[in-house]
Structure formats: C-alpha cells, structure tokens
Design a protein around this ligand. Structure first.
Ligand SMILES: NC(=O)NCCC(=O)O
Ligand SMILES: [Zn+2]
Ligand SMILES: [Zn+2]
Length: 488
C-alpha cells in the first residue's frame, strides 16, 4: 500500500518543514514539497497538523508477573492502546524466569506472539552467577542491548551492590546499556515496616515509606558505581528532584548518564494516594512513588533544559480487583500505573502547551532520543527516506479528555481520569499501515515484530578514552616525576 501525507508540518527532532511524505512498502520513501500522488495511493490531508515519528516508549511491563499478580495488559491489548495514543514501538522489560535469563527471554517471546506493533526487550538481571553473565552475552547476540538492575524490591528483584557492580562490568564488556531502578531497597523495607506499624496501612503509606532522598541516595550510588566501571548508565523512572540532581551533576562532569522520567511524574502528584476512595488511591501506587508537586515542576524544567533526556511510562497495569489485595496493607498493592496510551498526549499538554518545549523537542523526548540511545536510529525516531514508516498525525486543535471509559487498555481505572488535552493523535501509521484513524483501531494480533537492538551503540563511542580517568579520577592521576638526571 502506498500512502501520501499531504501538506502537514513534518516535525523531526532537528527541525520542521511543510512537506509531503510518501510511504511505500512499510518505509518512508520521500519527504518533499508538492509530491505527485501515485495512482492508487491513499491520500491523507494533514494540513494544520504535525507529521511526526511515532512514539517510542522505552519502559513498559506488559503481562508482567509481579507482586503475586500478572499485569492485565498483554502484548496485544497494551500495544493496541499504545497505537491509539501514537506510540508505534515500545521496549518491554523481560524478567528472568526463576532467575534464568534465557528462559525469561523465551517466555517473553511467547507472550509477544500476539504483538500488533514493533517491540524490543530489555532484560532484568535479578541475581548473579557465571550463567547470568554468559546469558547476558548470549542475549546481546539475540537483539537485547540493555539490562536493568533493581536496587529496590528487597526479597524479590533487588540485587546487592556487589551483584550490581558485576553486572555493570559485564554491560561494559558486551556494550550493553546498564539501567537502574534507583531506590535504597534496604531502607525502603525499614520505612515500610515503620509506617505500617505506626498504623498507616492505606495507599498513602506507600508515599510516606519511601521518601525521595532514598531515591537520591540510590541514584547517586548507581551513578558513582557506573563511573567507577566507566560504563553508560540509564536511570529509569526518575521521580524526584533528588534523582534529577544526581543525574544532572553526573552529566555536568561529562559522565554518560541518561535520566528517564515517566509521564505520571509530569502530570500527577502524590495527593492521589490520599484519595479516600481506595480504588483511586491504589491506582496511583507505583515505585518510586509519584511525588509532591514541587518535584513535578523540577522534572519538567529538567526535561526542557536537557538535564533529562526522554519520557517513558513504566506502563504496568493492575486493575482495581488486583490492586484490592493491598486493601489492608499498602506494602502488597501491586506497583504500577498506566500510560502507554496517554504518554504522548500528557507530554504534549504538560510540555508543549505549557510553552516549555517546541514540537521538535517533543519529538526528541518521545521518540528520537530513545531511538538514538538504544541504537535504533535512523531506522526509528525520524521522518526521513529509508526510515520505518512509523508516523503519526497530531492535530493541535482537537480537544479531548482522558478517561477509563474511552481508553483502550484493559485496566478499569486511569490515573489521568478527566485530564483535558488540547491536541490529539488523529492518525497512527505503523510500518506503513494505517492502524488508528477516526477513532478506530485496525490491529491484528501476531503482526508485530521483534526489533533487534545492536550493542555498542552511540553511548559507547570513544568510551575507552575515558578508562584512564575512571581508574584515576581527576586529581589522583599518578604524576610522572622527572628526575634531575632525565633532564641532563
Ligand atoms: N514501577 C512500578 O511501580 N512497577 C513496575 C516495576 C518497576 O519498574 O519497578
Ligand atoms: Zn523500576
Ligand atoms: Zn518499570
């Protein structure tokens, strides 16, 4: 099928122009003014609209087994929701099965058989052994170029500093990006017990038990250990000023650190967890927690100012019956919020409509940066000849409201319930097929494809030059003393 998109403002991370776009065989064939429409081509009028690369959500958890439940969006329902919101690729976190990475990868491949859009995998590393190290190297050859380490979830996914350090070293060796969930898991466990024993058992206990400085501490520790190993670090879900400051400080000294806030951190605040309706309060429980409004302001400024690089969602949805297991104890409410469908609209509203960033910046933080970091660029993340035809049309004049009554995810709540958005993704094209148009989804399970991501991406370019500095940080480099006799 050929598609011609006429008269829109083609918006890439590096600039905009009013031009037409020809799509052929799943790829972008031409971007030019006054393009002749080939006979039989489908014509889309995009005047007054932005033509942008489809969103890439680099942080999701579809059908994830977690805290005794399984996330209720699978690879079909979650991806269908994503496409309805303009996201055309996501990178999901495959979890090891009983500690086995290869088995985990196979299990996630099976889950993804019902996919209806492009996806990739990160892999979580939740223990350490020679087999884990060997499996990481094998997985890199199978298209996984990033591994996540949890410094929280004691007794479940958490790794020790020793295990994390070994994982960082392995990541450096195989050219994979180390990702970190940065909260001090030991302190969180103490905090949870303290708050629960003080008689606070509701969802607000979740916020109270894991303060932002525990996120700051773990971010600081992770950043410093990555510096010690001289390997790139990607901090997932930076939810607080404390975490942002650590990422910004590391970047200011030239360290290759990426900070990824999630959509919920731009739009919501912790008061949701104090809502007297358990269903609403529990829906907002995720880790690290959604924070007070001051954190939201700082995160948005940091994104606008380039201290943080991209926005994900951490889409991990548990419906209200699943969340209800934690009714008498916030510690067992399955953690996670929705966002895979809402991310683009939330970022547009919070960042573009507020005047903080331009539409090109929007493309960068919702698509291009992820493509570059995970070595998918320019196949993904740009409207250019040769790139995959993952394209959205965003009409800035269409007003809509987010609601569980109209969303496409399987979850029965929505943390953005009632939020007004000015601007809407009116068309989504996935690999050259129109999958979302006029409010209708046209998706088929089994049509999505696994996108292999190669190691040694841009963040590893020239990294060895810095090895010396990592071993002998500034000021401690051994000085070569010239002896008097050398001068003779
Ligand atoms: N974030 C969260 O609450 N759930 C998903 C698992 C994780 O990313 O930590
Ligand atoms: Zn996490
Ligand atoms: Zn996550």
């Amino acid at each position: 099928e050929q598609i011609v998109i006429k008269g829109g403002t083609v918006t890439n991370a590096d600039g905009q122009l009013v031009a037409d776009v020809l799509i052929e065989n799943g790829k972008i064939a031409k971007v030019q003014k006054d393009l002749k429409v080939p006979p039989g081509a489908r014509l889309l009028d995009a005047s007054g609209q932005y033509v942008m690369p489809g969103g890439i959500d680099p942080h999701t958890h579809l059908e994830m087994p977690f805290m005794g439940q399984v996330a209720c969006d699978d690879f079909f329902s979650g991806q269908a929701a994503a496409l309805a919101g303009g996201t055309t690729m996501h990178i999901d976190f495959a979890l090891p099965t009983k500690g086995d990475l290869m088995q985990g990868f196979h299990d996630y491949q099976k889950k993804a058989a019902k996919a209806c859009m492009d996806y990739g995998f990160h892999m979580a590393v939740t223990s350490w052994s020679a087999k884990v190290a060997a499996d990481m190297a094998t997985l890199v050859k199978k298209g996984i170029n990033s591994f996540k380490f949890f410094l929280a979830y004691k007794g479940a996914l958490m790794v020790t500093d020793e295990e994390f350090l070994q994982g960082l070293q392995k990541c450096r060796e195989i050219g994979a990006i180390a990702q970190v969930h940065a909260e001090n898991g030991e302190a969180v466990a103490v905090g949870q017990k303290r708050i629960f024993e003080a008689g606070i058992t509701g969802p607000e206990g979740h916020a109270l038990s894991r303060p932002s400085f525990l996120e700051g501490e773990a971010t600081s520790r992770a950043v410093r250990l990555a510096r010690f190993v001289n390997t790139p670090l990607y901090v997932v879900h930076t939810m607080s000023i404390d975490a942002v400051e650590e990422v910004a400080r590391a970047r200011a000294r030239g360290q290759r650190v990426i900070g990824e806030p999630v959509a919920s951190a731009l739009s919501l605040n912790e008061t949701a967890m104090w809502n007297p309706d358990f269903k609403i309060a529990a829906a907002a429980v995720m880790s690290p927690p959604i924070r007070a409004a001051s954190h939201r302001v700082k995160i948005k400024e940091a994104l606008a100012g380039g201290l943080l690089q991209l926005v994900a969602t951490d889409h991990a949805v548990f419906n209200s019956t699943q969340k209800a297991v934690g009714k008498g104890d916030f510690r067992v409410i399955p953690n996670g919020v929705n966002g895979i469908e809402e991310r683009l609209h939330v970022v547009w509203e919070e960042m573009v409509n507020s005047g903080l960033i331009t539409p090109s910046d929007f493309v960068r933080i919702t698509s291009t940066a992820a493509a570059q970091i995970f070595n998918l660029y320019p196949r993904k993340g740009v409207i250019a000849p040769g790139s995959d035809a993952d394209v959205i049309l965003l009409d800035p004049k269409v007003e809509h409201h987010i609601s569980a009554a109209t969303h496409h995810s399987r979850i029965d709540t929505n943390v953005y319930e009632g939020k007004r958005i000015m601007g809407k993704v009116v068309v989504t094209i996935s690999r050259g097929r129109i999958v979302w148009e006029n409010g209708n989804l046209n998706v088929t399970p089994g049509t999505g494809r696994f996108v292999e991501m190669l190691p040694m991406g841009p963040l590893f370019e020239g990294l060895d030059i810095l090895d010396q500095e990592a071993m002998h940080p500034l000021g401690t480099t051994p000085v070569h003393h010239t002896h008097a006799k050398d001068e003779l």
